[in-house]
Design a protein around this ligand. Structure first.
Ligand code: AMP
Length: 215
């Protein structure tokens, strides 16, 4: 299966869609946000830097990201396709990614843009809850996506938590960063002829149907 890359503003549902693809097609899901949230738990200088940067909504330094990405993509489970989510986040990262996949002999595959309006994102951001055990994503502001039992994961019974950056203040920074730094990469992939767009204002199921048509 071709590799899949997601481009989307914060809380557009890329993590949710990636998990649905994992369930059905068994591709590894590489989320730089998830990797950084793990690092932010470390009691070290880098742990502290990542913790503070992620909570503020700014981007973590490119050099750290490049190391994480290349190490992860080299692993054997990526040889037959993978989903990359949260990377690249700016044009420099997109150019570096071109070099990394050339070195590893991988193909760009499908780049999927989730197009969604800001008002919907603002509504969603405070409702997102994530399972601390299996990373399943819920949204208590969306009646079709609330857990059956409050704060408990339907899938594994794990405890749900709210991300440190899922508040309106941090969202404004993350959205601005998306517009200024990430949106320019859309053109990069349009020029390569690999960009596909789905409507992120649709339901989780309908977005997944659109994605399945693409992949
Ligand atoms: P996400 O889970 O993709 O929303 O990412 C959460 C946060 O992790 C972002 O707001 C950034 O602080 C950081 N982050 C994730 N991916 C990257 C990346 N590719 N480059 C720099 N920072 C990143």
């Amino acid at each position: 299966m071709k590799n899949i890359m997601f481009i989307a503003p914060p809380a557009a549902g890329k993590g949710t869609q990636a998990e649905l693809i994992v369930e059905k097609y068994h591709l590894p899901h590489i989320s730089t946000g998830d990797i950084l949230r793990e690092i932010s738990k470390e009691d070290s200088e880098i742990g502290e830097y990542v913790r503070e940067t992620v909570a503020s909504g700014q981007l973590v330094k490119d050099e750290i990201i490049y190391q994480l990405i290349e190490q992860r993509l080299k692993k054997e489970d990526c040889q037959n396709g993978y989903i990359i989510d949260g990377f690249p986040r700016n044009l420099e990262q997109a150019c570096e990614y071109d070099k990394i996949i050339e070195r590893l002999g991988y193909d760009i595959g499908n780049v999927i843009l989730i197009d969604i309006d800001k008002a919907t994102l603002e509504q969603r951001i405070t409702g997102r809850r994530i399972c601390a055990n299996c990373n399943a994503i819920y949204n208590i502001n969306d009646k079709n996506n609330t857990p059956k039992v409050e704060s408990v994961c339907d899938q594994c019974g794990g405890k749900l938590y709210q991300r440190s950056d899922d508040n309106l203040e941090s969202f404004q920074t993350r959205y601005k960063t998306y517009q200024e730094k990430t949106e320019p990469i859309i053109e990069h992939y349009k020029e390569k002829g690999v960009l596909k767009t789905v409507n992120g204002n649709e339901t989780v199921e309908n977005i997944f149907k659109e994605i399945e048509k693409i992949i």
